[in-house]
Design a protein around this ligand. Structure first.
Ligand SMILES: [Zn+2]
Ligand SMILES: [Zn+2]
Length: 233
């Protein structure tokens, strides 16, 4: 991994912007394709969404690219420190990022629901009562940047392992896609298994789109259970 990171340090800015934009576009297309396939509608990538949805979705991708570049710049300047060792830190850092981001996003999400910020920042995302995969990217531009800022803040304060970061980012995209499927691909009995019970399943976030006063978490239901905003159905 170190040689790849060293190469990134040498690259001109235009090349980095291109790589980061391509990465974010591929993630977005991957979410839409995988999400549609899970819904049993493969091949319906382009045609089920409106021009307005595509516009907002592409703007979110562009802003996520800005966040990616900001993270790169902070790392290059030495404000963010990333380790590359192959050690147990890969797992512990991934778990830490998973729980810490879940908590930070819970708090942010709760605040934007309970204050004047809702109308300004979050109402757009809640236009979807039965979310579709593209709704993961239907966010107000400032909301997208706020989520990005939370992420970069965590990396500024804690020295993380690059593989742990990659695992966490993959999990983040997976949960985002699952939460906006508009259906639950897991059988009911699996959702009740001890481990799954505390995870933010498709039904968990779908419920939030239908009952906005409940289920503010993203990856787990831990914080909702703790702060009494949890509802299973
Ligand atoms: Zn949502
Ligand atoms: Zn919400």
């Amino acid at each position: 991994m170190q040689p790849i990171l060293d190469t990134l340090l040498q690259m001109p800015a235009w090349q980095l912007w291109s790589i980061f934009l391509t990465e974010n576009l591929l993630i977005m297309l991957g979410v839409l394709a995988w999400g549609n396939a899970l819904q049993g509608k493969p091949g319906q990538l382009m045609f089920v969404y409106t021009q307005r949805q595509w516009g907002i979705c592409l703007l979110t991708c562009a802003l996520n690219t800005v966040v990616t570049y900001a993270g790169y710049w902070l790392w290059k300047q030495g404000y963010i420190i990333i380790t590359t060792s192959l050690s147990f830190r890969i797992i512990t850092d991934a778990v830490f990022l998973f729980l810490a981001m879940d908590l930070l996003m819970y708090i942010f999400h709760y605040i934007i629901h309970k204050t004047f910020l809702y109308r300004w920042l979050h109402q757009l995302h809640h236009e979807a009562v039965d979310p579709q995969p593209i709704d993961l990217f239907i966010l107000h531009p400032v909301e997208t940047l706020c989520f990005g800022a939370l992420w970069l803040m965590l990396l500024l304060f804690f020295r993380m392992n690059i593989y742990g970061i990659m695992i966490y980012l993959a999990i983040n995209v997976f949960f985002g896609m699952m939460g906006h499927l508009g259906m639950e691909p897991l059988p009911e009995r699996v959702c009740q298994w001890p481990g799954f019970k505390y995870l933010g399943t498709s039904s968990f976030h779908h419920h939030h789109h239908q009952q906005e006063k409940e289920n503010f978490g993203f990856y787990t239901s831990i914080w909702d259970r703790l702060f009494r905003t949890y509802q299973s159905r």
